[in-house]
Design a protein around this ligand. Sequence first.
Ligand code: ZN
Length: 143
Amino acid sequence: MTETPAAPRRIAEIASYHAHIYYDVATTKAEAEILRRQIAERFSVRVGNWHDEQVGPHRQSMYQIAFATSVFATLVPWLMLNRRGLSILVHPNTDRPRDDHLIQPLWLGPSLPIRGEVLGETLDEDELPENLPPNTVPQIDDV
Ligand code: ZN
């Protein structure tokens, strides 16, 4: 008898995505500033705050770009071509935060360590992934 494989996960589980853009305060923050401005000019996304200090599972300075699933097909290829040498973690937001960061993500550029132990295996009821409205209005239409 053969075991029935587990059903594949459905992409509808993905509520949204994050791109975490890593930089070094001493050497690459200027590149990260240029990239941040270029993203905000072109994409309807939520640009997060600067985190020069390590925060959450991240072991290097970074800022977060939160975006809707509909933006993935343009933003991610654009980042592939324009990441300015920076490492970028693109991860889905499902109800399994640890897997989202450790098993399912894409890395653009060299991957960096992630502290998976600080992430929950499942989401608590009160922290379901939110569908964030964008806080930038793109001004440039040359994606
Ligand atoms: Zn994230």
